[in-house]
Design a protein around this ligand. Structure first.
Ligand SMILES: [Zn+2]
Length: 414
């Protein structure tokens, strides 16, 4: 199949006017100007007209489980208030609530141009049923928590690994996520790091998300520290340095690690993350919901950290007026562009595509239009009003015009 479009934007190469993408099976065979495709003209051609083609977005951090909580938790006064609120919100939910919520989220992501998600999964029993019910490419990071020794880190990890080993899917797979430094014990981080190294798995962890988490590890004080001490957490790992330094101390920084949020940095943290090739996932609307300290994008970028864009969950996204929010990476891109005047639209687009692919260990396979990559492609209407293609992408509202995953239409063109 050949797709022809007014513009083709591979992201890793300059845009092509009147371009074409040649697809064979699940993969892209060529990305070229239309006029140089003559030798292949025996292939079926689909001329999409006034659209631009670009790689499907990669959203490396989401919680599909919580989609239907959209707008139900108003922005809290403190981070620990939010933790209490989500625990209460989850209490009455059963399997089918989570399954519906998960699938609504997958649908919202597809509509808004995401073709791959890294999803933190707190309800692993949903897998593989929900995987089979969506064409979205899904990497599920199984969430592990535990701050008391009643369930040992060894048992927590063993349970997650047994689940992972029981799952078989042609494309999707599960990896590990110790929830956060404050909600886990150091032994779980160390065991996870060793096992993930051995098995070649990715690991995602929320880290340095809030000021109170930072204060807990840096100074052994603050709201989170007090709250967790009241709930019986051991304090011997507190007061020893930043949350990022905590991960380093327990060997959980590396090329296979996705550090989610990283809103609070101590001196040296950016270098530590870069040196260990750890990826950072920024979630602009979740950041705005909590009013965290400003995200240190420029500092992390200058240190050489690979930066990606995620949606986080709708339990941490503000309502837009009276409307319930939806998962939408365009909205995340716009929020970042508004909050950070130093980042270019082209860089934002890289964060939403090729950088996310790198974080998930799939550079060259997804997040770019290039020969040999999977045909995960989206089409957006091209109005010609925006000064550049990246700006046109960021300004886009509503559903994408079309979307293709592994060479199959998941949203067919009209
Ligand atoms: Zn999260």
């Amino acid at each position: 199949m050949i797709l022809r479009a007014k513009a083709v934007f591979p992201v890793t190469a300059p845009p092509i006017e009147d371009g074409a993408v040649l697809i064979t099976g699940q993969k892209i065979r060529a990305v070229t100007p239309w006029k140089s495709l003559r030798p292949h003209l025996r292939e079926k051609v689909l001329d999409l007209g006034e659209v631009m083609l670009l790689p499907g977005f990669i959203n490396p951090h989401c919680h599909l489980d919580y989609t239907d909580m959209a707008g139900s938790i108003p922005p809290p006064k403190t981070f620990t208030d939010w933790i209490a609120a989500i625990i209460a919100a989850k209490a009455p939910w059963g399997y089918s609530d989570y399954a519906h919520s998960w699938l609504h989220g997958a649908h919202q992501l597809l509509k808004s141009g995401v073709t791959t998600v890294g999803d933190t999964e707190a309800m692993p029993d949903l897998l593989p049923e929900v995987w089979d019910a969506t064409p979205l490419r899904v990497f599920s990071f199984l969430e592990m928590t535990g701050i008391k020794l009643r369930r040992t880190p060894r048992d927590i990890l063993r349970e997650a690994v047994e689940k992972i080993d029981s799952l078989h899917h042609s494309r999707n797979r599960a990896w590990l996520s110790p929830h956060a430094p404050y909600s886990t014990l150091p032994e779980l981080l160390e065991r996870t790091a060793r096992l993930a190294q051995k098995r070649g798995w990715r690991v995602a962890i929320h880290v340095a998300e809030s000021q109170s988490e930072f204060d807990m590890f840096y100074d052994a004080q603050g709201l989170m520290y007090e709250w967790l001490m009241r709930n019986g957490r051991d304090a011997t790992d507190c007061g020893q340095g930043s949350p990022v330094a905590h991960l380093a101390r327990h060997q959980l920084l590396g090329e296979n690690v996705l550090a989610i949020h990283v809103n609070c940095l101590a001196r040296g943290d950016a270098t530590l993350l870069a040196k260990n090739k750890t990826h950072v996932v920024h979630c602009p609307r979740s950041h705005d919901y909590f009013k965290h300290p400003p995200f240190q994008r420029a500092r992390l970028a200058a240190a050489g950290v690979n930066l990606c864009l995620g949606t986080d969950s709708l339990a941490t996204t503000r309502k837009a007026g009276r409307n319930r929010p939806e998962l939408n990476l365009f909205a995340e891109m716009r929020m970042l562009a508004t909050r950070d005047q130093t980042v270019s639209p082209a860089e934002i687009l890289r964060m939403a595509t090729v950088n996310g692919a790198r974080a998930l260990g799939l550079a060259g396979q997804i997040g770019e239009l290039t020969a040999g990559a999977f045909a995960d492609i989206i089409a957006l209407p091209l109005s010609g009003k925006a000064p550049s293609l990246p700006e046109a992408v960021i300004q886009h509202t509503g559903s994408v015009y079309a979307s293709l995953i592994e060479g199959r239409w998941v949203i067919p063109p009209k």
